[in-house]
Write a protein that binds this ligand. Structure first.
Ligand code: NAD
Length: 255
């Protein structure tokens, strides 16, 4: 078992949106001393978040632009972040898009877009990141799935999203099995509805109440709920947890 290096970096994809889970999590992890690499669609946005985090928390940060659905762009972004930051021992795959299109209306293009970003994007980023983790002998990967994958939709996004997010769970389990020997753990987080802007814009109180009424707890989730789970799963102390899907969903899905 290889120990964590004293100075270490986590890369988060999809961490530039102002009210998103990724940006909140990047701050949360920086507060705990992680150096931070940010990947998002526009390099200006990624660099702006990186600068904001460095200023607030005094850690090393860098940002790079990439469409996670484009393998060459992903590899170039990781190369740039690795050159600028301490060893990358953790990756959090948050980049994702919603897709509220009903199955009978889904076009081949929409289906492909959602699978490309939400599933292939997780693969491209993971594949590149674990190449370095294998060399270091230690690593942590956390993938964002969704309760939509486990409950068969029933959320804002429909079947293309559910299928991609279910793929993320299978991907998580299989990579966990193949990479365990290299000292790398791979886990998924399956959020219920979280108060961000991904579900067609900022949620009204009425929409929040309707979503909450489905679960066991009387509220929807916050980015902080997910950041705390990410923080645990990428910690050194979580080294015996792998291949798991942690539901952070207010009791929407019990398994
Ligand atoms: P968000 O829209 O605030 O954040 C998504 C981020 O991904 C944005 O910064 C966006 O620019 C980036 N992104 C989108 N497409 C990209 C691409 N092709 N390449 C690179 N970056 C791209 O949404 P969020 O709510 O913070 O969602 C984060 C993750 O959590 C997503 O994977 C989402 O599916 C998942 N999730 C969210 C909820 C929820 O209720 N908010 C529930 C379950 C799962």
């Amino acid at each position: 078992m290889t120990a964590f290096p004293p100075s270490r970096t986590v890369i988060l994809t999809g961490a530039a949106s102002p009210r998103g889970i990724g940006r909140y999590s990047a701050h949360y992890l920086a507060e705990q001393g992680w150096n931070i690499g940010i990947i998002d669609l526009r390099s200006e946005d990624a660099q702006e978040v990186a600068a904001e985090i460095a200023a607030e928390h005094g850690v090393h940060t860098a940002g790079a632009g990439a469409n996670v659905a484009d393998n060459a762009q992903v590899r170039a972004a990781f190369d740039a972040l690795e050159a600028a930051l301490p060893p990358v021992i953790a990756l959090v795959n948050l980049a994702g898009v919603a897709s509220p299109v009903p199955y009978l209306e889904v076009t081949p293009e929409e289906w492909q877009r959602v699978i490309d970003i939400n599933l292939n994007g997780v693969h491209f980023s993971t594949r590149r990141a674990v190449e370095s983790m294998v060399a270091l002998g230690v690593g942590r990967v956390v993938n964002l799935s969704s309760v939509s994958a486990q409950r068969g939709g029933g959320t804002f996004s429909k079947t293309a999203y559910s299928a991609a997010k279910a793929g993320v769970i299978g991907f998580t389990r299989s990579t966990a099995r193949e990479l365990g020997e290299a000292g790398i753990t791979v886990n998924a987080i399956s959020p219920g509805p979280i108060d961000t802007d991904i579900m067609g814009g900022t949620l009204t109180d009425e929409r929040k109440a309707a979503m909450a009424s489905d679960g066991v707890l009387p509220r929807i989730g916050t980015p902080r709920d997910i950041a705390a789970a990410i923080s645990y799963l990428i910690s050194e102390d979580a080294g015996f947890v792998t291949g798991q899907t942690l539901n952070v969903d207010g009791g929407l899905y019990m398994h």
